[in-house]
Design a binder for this molecule. Structure first.
Ligand SMILES: *Cc1c(COP(=O)(O)O)cnc(C)c1O
Length: 380
């Protein structure tokens, strides 16, 4: 078996020391030791989210927390804007429909960012709209939506802004309270460097108020139930104890790595180096504006199926990058810079992609991407 490299935008590699921190004899989720761990997890999450709001923890993948933000805020028939600039934006529409809510779809061409003025106009035209659902980083296109500016639109109104930051949180700065974000959602397996299995939702005062009148059905993902129990450091149901231990280790690791600002900066440098390689190959980014630092989405050369690049890396080298989803399938490949991915992991991805591109018949100078990225790292 080859050494596996996870360089796709989720799941990302888990630091070995964190794996060890999770490999402890199981303790009971109602023991006093675990209550203490739960308390530390709650405090630590507030620091990562940069909020004083409660941050609820669920045992699910990120989509569970997304779903909870529809089930707990809205009632059947309620209207909400779904900003759809990619696969994850489309998920908001699907969830809204599943709960009998009425999505007001704001379609954004894939590769572009939403214009806050368009959201403001929809809200001005229809006072019945109760919420705006958006991604911070639309992982399927590599575009970061302008969250700060969107929050300026919803601030001071009754409209709740729900931000899916599953791939953005801890990759770049999304200060929840400074920007007035009502609900921020995240998950464990992206920039937080953990295995999949934890989802988070921070819940601000406006959202808490809206929650009181929500009549959508909910059981496992009930915010009211979890707010009550988590305030005394207990999950309503069995907590995934090892993942909590892992998360505590990640908090410590983030501090040891120099804190969040250092991590944002390092993510930015890896992104810059990778994007320099893409330019050296003569290829283009799929993200036409607001290209995120958390990952890079690259357009495959004319005549080459991007899935073949992804397959080449996976089958020959056990390196996992991601292809495109839905309409971008076959056209793009995506590489992560978030999380526990080093400069040399990034160079490894660049070098492997060069070998794949050459093998698939693309005419370019072998090594040009590696050299361009090395230069960025040397100058950083
Ligand atoms: C990964 C991701 C999710 C969550 O997906 P799950 O498979 O449910 O963990 C949600 N939104 C975005 C933007 C993501 O990148």
């Amino acid at each position: 078996m080859k050494k596996v490299s996870l360089l796709a935008p989720g799941p990302t590699p888990v630091p070995p020391r964190t794996l060890l921190a999770m490999a402890q004899p199981l303790i009971h989720h109602r023991s006093s030791d675990f209550l203490e761990i739960f308390g530390k997890v709650r405090d630590g999450l507030k620091k990562i989210f940069k909020t004083d709001n409660d941050v609820l923890v669920f045992c699910s993948s990120g989509t569970g927390a997304m779903e909870s933000s529809v089930a707990n805020l809205l009632s059947p028939g309620d209207k909400a804007i779904a900003i759809r600039g990619g696969k994850f934006g489309e998920r908001w529409t699907e969830i809204l429909e599943a709960y009998g809510c009425v999505p007001v779809n704001l379609d954004v061409e894939w590769g572009y960012a939403v214009k806050p003025a368009d959201v403001a106009k929809l809200l001005a035209d229809d006072p019945e709209i109760k919420a705006v659902y958006v991604q911070a980083l639309e992982t399927s296109t590599g575009v970061s939506h302008p969250i700060k500016e969107l929050a300026e639109v919803t601030k001071g109104t009754d409209v709740v802004l729900v931000v899916d930051a599953v791939s953005a949180l801890a990759a770049y700065d999304i200060p929840s309270d400074e920007w007035d974000l009502d609900v921020v959602i995240s998950g464990s397996q992206k920039a937080l460097m953990l295995p999949p299995g934890l989802a988070f939702a921070s819940i601000g005062p406006k959202a808490k108020k809206m929650m009181e009148s929500s009549t959508c059905p909910k059981f496992y993902f009930s915010w009211a139930k979890e707010l009550k129990t988590q305030s005394i450091n207990k999950g309503a149901f069995t907590s995934p104890v090892p993942l909590f231990l892992g998360l505590l280790d990640i908090f410590a690791l983030i501090e040891e790595m120099g804190g969040l600002d250092t991590i944002y900066k390092e993510t930015e440098i890896k992104s810059k180096a990778f994007k320099a390689a893409v330019a050296a190959w003569g290829l283009e980014l799929f993200s036409k504006e607001n290209a995120s630092t958390g990952l890079t989405a690259v357009m495959a050369p004319e005549g080459i199926d991007a899935q073949d690049v992804v397959g080449w890396l996976k089958n020959k080298y056990a390196i996992f990058i991601a292809g495109g989803q839905a309409q971008a399938k076959g056209k793009i490949f995506r590489v992560a810079h978030m999380g526990f991915i080093s400069e040399f992991d990034t160079l490894q991805a660049i070098s492997a992609i060069e070998m794949a591109l050459a093998g698939l018949g693309y005419d370019f100078e072998m090594g040009s991407g590696v050299a361009a990225a090395q230069k960025v790292f040397e100058e950083a």
